[in-house]
Design a protein around this ligand. Structure first.
Ligand SMILES: Nc1nc2c([nH]c(=O)n2[C@@H]2O[C@H](COP(=O)(O)OP(=O)(O)OP(=O)(O)O)[C@@H](O)[C@H]2O)c(=O)[nH]1
Ligand SMILES: [Mg+2]
Length: 334
């Protein structure tokens, strides 16, 4: 056979495993204790990525559901029986030698004392300290999900400052709060944000700002929120890693843009029809889930959803719900 043809055949054969490589489906548990700490384990010698830290779990077997795999793996690896859990975030990650799809679960009740059945080391770690450990490369969005709250509250349009300030202590503890006031000039918006930032900090609310991302550090806010229009002009991360970067997404093109710009988390909608956006496209829960599944980061559901829809949101891999009217006692247009 012609030598060049032979070489080309070898070359093609080397590429075949990559072309036909299927992804490995994995279930992993984020076990949370009463102190709010999460259990991580160090991968034992002899396994792929030995020495790295991970959320306990393993491969989903043929014919097994992800939740069944979760319960089995936690028993096998830790001797722990998970009795209450819900979906957290789903991640697809391409390592150079393997592609994994991670179904992660938040485990809120379990019996048994975790012990290393595979001689692995463990640590109970507060979510904000997880980055002190060298975690597996796919796990960044899991940490974001563990650090973020379940509620993302938007301010009602045109709400007056006194009503806004008096409503802050009534918001869910630890919630994200987006100061969305499109009618204000940039100067008036900045002045209001500057007055609200200390109160939000005191109350443990995470204040998210629109407009100029530089304002976030200057005013001591928690992060920046890009509307779909602001996002379209954004090709890279507009603020430092220590701040949150959120984006509003309504379709696949906006999702791709948010991923390119490096958003930490997303707000996706409209899930249901809303009076405030009567012309907006309605995704339904299945449309929401289709976008959330590709997002590779935490996603809040918005548009005609309320905190009482949270369980349904979790079932579709949402981080939680976002909205306006459900959170404020003042009249609003949504
Ligand atoms: N359990 C777990 N696996 C993860 C995480 N992040 C991540 O990329 N993975 C990947 O998912 C795959 C999990 O496989 P595993 O080796 O734990 O599977 P397993 O427990 O069934 O082990 P075994 O094959 O030795 O029986 C690995 O490729 C691992 O790199 C994580 O946080 N937890
Ligand atoms: Mg494992």
């Amino acid at each position: 056979m012609d030598l060049r043809l032979q070489l080309r055949l070898c070359e093609d054969q080397r590429r075949i495993p990559h072309l036909i490589r299927r992804s490995i489906a994995v279930a992993a548990g984020c076990i949370v204790n009463a102190a709010g700490e999460v259990l991580i384990a160090q991968r034992p010698e002899g396994k792929i990525a030995a020495g790295k830290w991970e959320f306990p779990g393993g491969k989903i077997e043929v014919g097994e559901r992800a939740d069944q795999a979760l319960v089995r793996e936690l028993e096998e690896e830790l001797g722990v029986h998970a009795s209450a859990f819900r979906p957290l975030v789903r991640i697809t990650h391409d390592y150079s030698d393997r592609k994994v799809v991670l179904d992660t679960w938040l485990v809120t009740a379990f019996s048994g004392e975790p012990h290393g059945r595979e001689q692995q080391a463990f640590a109970w770690v507060r979510p904000e300290r997880l980055f002190d450990y060298p975690l597996l490369g796919a796990d960044g969005p899991i940490v974001a999900s563990l650090r973020l709250p379940q509620d993302y509250v938007f301010t009602p349009e045109g709400i007056d400052e006194a009503a806004l300030v008096s409503g802050l202590p009534l918001l869910p503890k630890g919630a994200l709060l987006r100061l969305r006031q499109p009618a204000l000039s940039d100067a008036a918006y900045k002045a209001l944000a500057g007055r609200l930032a200390p109160a939000c900090k005191r109350l443990g609310l995470l204040l998210m700002l629109d407009r100029d991302p530089a304002m976030v550090a200057e005013l001591g806010a928690a992060g920046w929120h890009a509307s779909a229009a602001a996002l379209s002009a954004q090709t890279s991360r507009p603020l430092a890693e220590e701040f949150w970067f959120a984006a509003s997404v309504h379709n696949e093109a906006e999702l791709a843009q948010a991923q390119k710009a490096g958003a930490d988390f997303l707000v996706v909608g409209s899930v249901n029809p809303t009076p405030s956006h009567p012309q907006g496209k309605v995704l339904g829960w299945s449309g929401f889930a289709a976008l959330a599944d590709q997002a590779n980061r935490p996603v809040y559901a918005i548009g005609g959803v309320r905190p009482r829809d949270r369980e349904q949101a979790f079932a579709h891999y949402a981080q939680g719900v976002a909205g306006i009217s459900a959170y404020w006692s003042v009249p609003s247009s949504s």
